[in-house]
Design a protein around this ligand. Sequence first.
Ligand code: PGA
Length: 265
Amino acid sequence: MHKLIIANWKENPVTERRALALFRATAAAARRSRAAAAGISVAVCPPFVFLEQVAGELRRLKPPRPALGAQDVFWEEKGPHTGEVGGKMLRALGAEYVIVGHSERRRWMHETDAAINRKLKRALTDGLRAILCVGEPAAVRRKGIASARHFVEVQLKKDIRGIRGTAAARRVIVAYEPVWAIGTGKRDKPEDAAAMAAFIKRSLRKTAGFAPRVLYGGSVDGKNIRDYISLKEIDGALVGGASLRAGEFADLLDAASAAPRGKNK
Ligand code: PGA
């Protein structure tokens, strides 16, 4: 089964020089790990300002090479929307993926499910693969797995409204990222993440007519990637902090490429 590992650089690094160095190290690590031969695609999502330079660097590499993604997209194609970037612009730069609805944007930019739904539709209309992020906060998880499932189900329902039956629905990838696990070192138990991934697939098959690929995100690193990627319900990982340290990300790709596959949770 094909797997996907996405590096989400967030607001890092600070300079173009470092961004290019990190990208080169990432691409070299992906090649060394033989990720492609192991059925693993790697994508890198730098900040908007570095997309063009990273895309240029990427074009100079022989395949297999990492794919390019953005961290956000606006819902209008163009117009008077100061500070925003549209999907067609991202496609023109060579981006294939875009992250939509990350919990940090829900929190700091107050993105609502309605706004995320519009962004998702824009991404799909413009031919991007959308990585839709969902996940429950700590207070919800403390009430139990059933509460977390309900929270995620409600998010999904609102975020994917209106895409049922469209051909583009196939380009939706869901990232299950419990908010309390992001950047905290407190990762979800692999078996709980796998059960949630299976639940997300079942729930979307019922409500939206398709079962998406589901990634896990939240404190994934070189030491624990194997626990997730070897489970058949989990189609890959969305990686933040560990994707910023070239050595750590190389270890992560090595471990993922060597991991056994298809274990049930
Ligand atoms: P983390 O972030 O790997 O640093 O926990 C994951 C994410 O926010 O996508």
